[in-house]
Design a protein around this ligand. Structure first.
Ligand code: GTP
Ligand code: SPV
Ligand code: MN
Length: 586
């Protein structure tokens, strides 16, 4: 057993857990993280010394670093992610189930001695604005210095969190070890009833930064069900009009389907006077306010954003945000120690790719991993909303669901009601992306973009959505968008990125009762001429808004099959909405 340093807390629950974990994992040393600059400098220096980090060009990327993760550990591993409830029914058909007893039998032994020769970091953190009543603390124990550095950016970490926890036992416990990084001994287990997470065998993103998907979505969604609030895979943005009013919206798109980009969007020149304020880019915690509206806070303090596709043209705000103090993971390294990824611009004649091998423009494999990412403080975003730290959050007037659909889903449509909107969210389908391991480009159902992140049976989750709606006197209007529709030539029909503002303007218009719509079988689409297309050339908006009844009839068949997988836990209201659409399609 290592010598226990004088712990900066007397919290009996926390001390007992740290002791129990140390006895089992047997680290060489225990470090309690305080979140100070001095500590960050020390941890960074250690990672530079052992090769975990590579320092980037001090002029082009000041105070920024590159990390290359293990080649078999580059994305979330959904097939190794488990919800450990007593019954399989509580977990539901969209999650992998492991009983708590089986988790203790199968996974706990992988932690035994796992931290030998390593440092065990105790990382207290807060998800949510420091003084918000909606914020929730957690403690992650990890043997990865990279995780510590990322958690410092992504959460309010250290002393401030320990103070918030005080002597309370009410904090989420997350145990993380790199283990031997073998996919054969990798598991990410969630125990919603115990507010506990075990993650072993991966050092990457959502598998390892336990405050993010594990706590702020899987555990928090179960907590929200119990306590009457919602934890969602949503960006939060404020759309400011030339008149100065701001409409706040939440948008749930599956992983790598455009949340960061929409949240940070810069309006095209032809849309002068409009601007978007970023409140969050990945997760929203939403509560019912005393005014009967839905209020959202961003539980995170940073962005863990997809690098490929990010450029001055597509997302100038992101480029400015990552100019300094950033950690890049699995991007390519140029000869001058600056970073590069597909979509950034023309590649230099030589690069070192994400695996550490030489790369030239003649190489066939991508230089940056398709799921390579940047970690950066949200406050560095030039359009960071002044409300980002508001303890009450922001009032949400519209919720957007969306996915990547080459066909079927039009550019935008509005749901008929909250209940119809819950059905629209529950039946979202999207092509899979590199954000998780497995095949890319396969259409699957991803309800509310939460399929990989819901900590309980999604049928019950749909009921929770319906129940929240009955308590809202002013529920947000619900929309579905699709930036990814393709033409017969296989090219995107819509320019996307900043031009998505045109769709947000119509959404605002609908919220305010100003914009006109036309009814279709699936919902309301913009009336002709209602989308401002000034300055856009060669965009066939009729094609983009088309609702093909034949395509939708087979879509409905797929939705019925999906609901049937739940064996009766899908609320009757949603089947009613489904059959309503089917009837209107004829
Ligand atoms: P997670 O962090 O995985 O939850 O993803 P995200 O939803 O925040 O996705 P992000 O905004 O990082 O976008 C993922 C990829 O989609 C990037 O390569 C973007 O360049 C691309 N993308 C984003 N918005 C658009 C768009 O409007 N049109 C097109 N064609 N591509 C887009
Ligand atoms: C996602 O996959 O939705 C992400 C990245 O936001 S990760 O943190 O790896 O989950
Ligand atoms: Mn995400």
């Amino acid at each position: 057993m290592p010598q226990e340093p004088s712990a900066p807390t007397q919290n009996p629950t926390l001390l007992a857990w740290v002791r129990e974990v140390a006895a089992h994992t047997q680290p060489d040393r225990i470090v309690w993280c305080d979140g100070s600059q001095e500590e960050a400098d020390r941890v960074t220096a250690e990672m530079l010394a052992d090769g975990t980090l590579i320092a980037l060009n001090a002029e082009k990327n000041p105070n920024s670093y590159l990390h290359r993760s293990h080649k078999s550990d580059v994305a979330r591993t959904e097939h190794l992610t488990f919800i450990c409830t007593e019954t399989a029914l509580a977990c539901g058909p969209t999650n992998n189930w492991k009983s708590p007893a089986d988790a203790r039998k199968d996974v706990w032994p992988w932690f035994e001695g796992a931290m030998r020769g390593r440092t065990m970091y105790v990382v207290p953190y807060i998800m949510g604005p420091t003084t918000s009543p909606y914020s929730r603390p957690g403690v992650e124990i990890t043997d990865s210095a990279y995780v510590v550095a990322n958690m410092r950016i992504m959460t309010r970490m250290g002393k401030v969190a320990l103070e918030r926890i005080g002597d309370s036992a009410d904090f989420v416990r997350g145990l993380h070890s790199l283990g031997d990084l073998s996919p054969d001994r990798r598991a990410i287990c969630h125990f919603p009833q115990d507010r506990l997470i075990w993650s072993v065998g991966s050092g990457y993103g959502g598998n390892a930064l336990l405050g993010k998907k594990c706590h702020a979505l899987r555990i928090a969604s179960a907590q929200g069900r119990d306590e009457g609030w919602m934890a969602e895979h949503m960006l939060i943005l404020g759309l400011e009009s030339p008149e100065g009013d701001i409409t706040y919206m939440g948008a749930a798109f599956p992983s790598a389907c455009g949340k960061t980009n929409l949240a940070m969007m810069v309006a095209p020149l032809t849309q002068q006077g409009w601007r978007v304020w970023t409140v969050g880019d990945d997760i929203a915690w939403m509560h019912i306010g005393e005014d009967g509206q839905l209020w959202a806070v961003n539980p995170e303090a940073g962005f863990f954003g997809v690098a490929p596709g990010t450029s001055l043209r597509t997302n100038p705000n992101a480029i400015r945000t990552i100019e300094k103090n950033a950690i890049f993971t699995n991007v390519a390294l140029a000869d001058d120690n600056s970073v590069w990824w597909e979509g950034l611009g023309d590649p230099p004649a030589h690069l070192v790719d994400w695996k550490g091998d030489d790369w030239t423009p003649a190489s066939t494999a991508p230089a940056a991993h398709p799921n390579s990412r940047f970690t950066v403080a949200a406050a560095q975003c030039p359009q960071a909303s002044p409300r980002m730290e508001d303890p009450r959050g922001v009032p949400i007037s519209a919720i957007l669901f969306g996915g990547r659909r080459a066909r079927v889903a039009p550019l935008v449509f509005e749901a008929r009601s909250w209940q119809h909107g819950v059905y629209v969210g529950a039946t979202v389908a999207s092509e899979t992306t590199a954000a998780a391991t497995g095949a890319v480009g396969v259409v699957r159902r991803d309800p509310m973009a939460m399929r990989p992140f819901c900590g309980y049976n999604m049928g019950d989750y749909f009921s929770h959505w319906l129940k929240m709606g009955t308590k809202l006197t002013k529920p947000p209007k619900v929309f579905h968008v699709n930036w990814f529709r393709k033409g017969a030539d296989g090219k995107f029909l819509w320019p996307g990125y900043g031009d998505n503002l045109r769709v947000l303007r119509w959404v605002r218009g609908r919220v305010r009762g100003e914009a006109k719509a036309r009814e279709t079988a699936i919902g309301f689409v913009p009336e002709h001429g209602e989308l401002d297309l000034t300055g856009l050339e060669g965009v066939d908006v009729d094609d983009l808004l088309a609702v093909d009844n034949a395509e939708w009839r087979s879509e409905i068949a797929g939705q019925r099959e999906f609901f049937a997988e739940f064996g009766g836990t899908v609320p009757a209201e949603l089947s009613l909405e489904l059959e309503g659409v089917a009837a209107r399609l004829g």
